[in-house]
Design a protein around this ligand. Structure first.
Ligand SMILES: Cc1cc(NC(=O)CCC(=O)O)nc(C)c1Br
Ligand SMILES: [Fe+3]
Length: 256
């Protein structure tokens, strides 16, 4: 079904230049509410709910329960990786295309301000598949971490939230960002039709606080081409060197 084109290219251009780029450069994160609008946003939510109902969201990480509580492992978030081309993902694909357009309109203007010191600036031309995630609402969250803590190439994390009538006081599930070197934290509610963008590296450690209602989100990571290529080279060298070691006979320890 043809989605209502809620956001025109000129809207996106304005959003990129007047909101997203300045915020990323000055604060390192930015969120936009009402990205797709009720109809298209609702279509994405329905498709994610269908994935959840059909069991497509799996292999969540084991989340240990609170210390002291009888130590059973409870399931954390459930995820599925989608390209958007899958049947039943048409609305997700529409979302991904829109985010791609928005990020490409920003990419040329994120210059050397990214503070990575790597090369002349950020050339973002590729991204990961989309990670559809569901926190089941059993009190699990996601421990504090950095997405790209070791130059794996990821430059911008984009998270699209899908949760209607979310109330953090009752449902928890706040994404808390701890901006590097700042004395304050930033609490983001995972609200329906909200798009959050932030630098994936050490500038933005973050955690998901325990969620007490079903919490859906779709995440894509955009790569800096140079850093990604370098990370792939490093990974190939590592793989090559470890496989060589396996081929060589184990060096005797030299002990008598
Ligand atoms: C699998 C995986 C999930 C996440 N998710 C979040 O940080 C949650 C953000 C939110 O839902 O608000 N991050 C990493 C680095 C990996 Br890997
Ligand atoms: Fe993360």
């Amino acid at each position: 079904m043809p989605f209502i084109d809620h956001v025109s290219d000129s809207d996106l251009q304005r959003l990129a230049l007047q909101r997203v780029v300045p915020a990323l450069l000055s604060r390192g994160f930015c969120y936009v509410d009402g990205l797709l609008g009720e109809v298209a946003g609702g279509a994405v939510l329905e498709q994610v709910r269908d994935m959840h109902r059909s069991g497509a969201l799996q292999d969540g990480r084991l989340a240990s329960s609170a210390p002291g509580v009888h130590r059973r492992n409870v399931r954390g978030d459930k995820i599925a990786w989608v390209s958007g081309a899958e049947r039943g993902c048409e609305a997700v694909n529409f979302l991904l295309n829109l985010i791609d357009k928005l990020v490409s309109m920003c990419a040329g203007r994120l210059g050397t301000g990214t503070g990575t010191g790597a090369g002349a600036g950020t050339s973002i031309r590729e991204r990961s598949k989309a990670m559809v995630a569901c926190y089941p609402g059993n009190g699990t969250g996601y421990v504090k971490h950095v997405d790209n803590h070791n130059y794996d190439g990821r430059r911008i994390t984009c998270i699209y939230y899908l949760n209607k009538d979310w109330n953090a006081k009752e449902h928890g599930g706040v994404l808390r960002i701890f901006p590097e070197g700042k004395s304050y934290v930033v609490d983001i509610q995972p609200l329906f039709d909200r798009l959050l963008l932030f630098w994936s590296d050490r500038r933005n450690p973050h955690e998901v606080q325990p969620s007490y209602a079903t919490r859906y989100a779709i995440t894509v990571w955009y790569f800096d081409s140079e850093e990604r290529a370098e990370a792939k080279r490093r990974f190939r060298d590592l793989a090559a060197s470890t496989s060589q070691q396996q081929q060589q006979p184990p060096q005797d320890s030299g002990s008598s």
